[in-house]
Design a protein around this ligand. Sequence first.
Ligand code: NAD
Ligand code: TYD
Length: 356
Amino acid sequence: MNDCILVTGGAGFIGSNFVLEQIATGGLVLNLDKLTYAGNLSNLASLQSEARHVFVHGDIGDRGLLRNLLSKYHPRVIVNFAAESHVDRSIHAPGEFIQTNIVGMFNLLEEVRVYWQELDQDSKTDFRFLHVSTDEVYGSLGPADPPFSEQNPYQPNSPYAASKASSDHLVRAYHHTYGLPTLTTNCSNNYGPYQYPEKLIPLVLLNALEGKPLPIYGDGSNIRDWLYVRDHCTAIREVMSRGRVGETYNIGGWNEKTNKDVVHTLCDILDELKPREQGSYRQQIQFVTDRPGHDRRYAIDARKIEQELGWKPQESFETGIRKTVSWYLDNLDWVQDVVSGAYKSWIATNYTRREL
Ligand code: NAD
Ligand code: TYD
């Protein structure tokens, strides 16, 4: 087995940040991505002439393709980022979430199981399958509840969360039933470079710059726990190399914020870095109809990964969000490329029924 890592979904937001870091550590990165609306090869433009990055356009549910790739490249590690990932889309059209996050996941696991079972004993022992998941599988917290630990029961509330919960259960079952050396990570909300502008932070930044309304669902008091994407990638790499097989690790940076606070922070940084002609960007804020079934609060108890693996985030919310705003301001070309026809029609679907 050579020094190859198979990354699925490596052209998406977190996957591309991970691939860029992983390449710097040596070895071959085989990147399998379907290039859905959320996949964007321009995230990896800096790797165009990098021989150690091999991109394959394909689906995690394509068993023939997977079989060929696994037998040709013999990866020692597989990190699975590939998924449909946006809650609002899962509310409007859950089918794709079932297809990729559950059926695709099953097909991927089946091919990986066959591949792994045929490895020699040393390679079998060294092999790892790391599944990247979300804190949304745990459901919603009340204001006084302790943050989600790895022991919390799964109580997914959106089609997205339910599909990710299903994928986590499949991974668990493949470990317990077949002995596949799996690891699962459940992370809080990420932000940073290359995030598709349908998610709160890039959406608000873009709308602000374009003079459009900044839509906050409900009263803006829903809470998310924010982590800078590169800190998530570092955590994944720690779990990949030193995590205990069969375990799950919650990843978060102890950064609970209401949505209103996040949007205010973004407006204040923009006021400083790119002021409007008159007044603050806060004037563009509009409260819109709430998301159906909107989870009130997510928060991650990250003590297990901190204590077992010594991982800690490098960025506070204040430093990470500043870096992120600067990145978007410096990369408006990337944004223009991403804001394609498909994205515009999604915005129309999601927001025309809301009372802006
Ligand atoms: P993203 O939507 O930006 O990227 C997903 C990538 O997967 C895209 O490149 C897409 O083309 C690819 N993809 C989708 N379906 C595929 C398929 N069938 N076969 C191959 N590739 C496919 O998502 P993201 O925000 O980068 O999230 C990556 C992973 O991390 C997801 O599994 C998500 O559930 C999880 N996660 C995300 C967050 C977050 O805040 N964004 C937090 C915790 C966990
Ligand atoms: P989002 O970025 O979609 O991530 P998730 O739903 O996975 O947490 O949303 C983050 C929070 O921001 C969530 O509570 C919903 C809220 N939100 C808005 O208030 N307005 C928006 O336009 C979007 C996209 C999200």
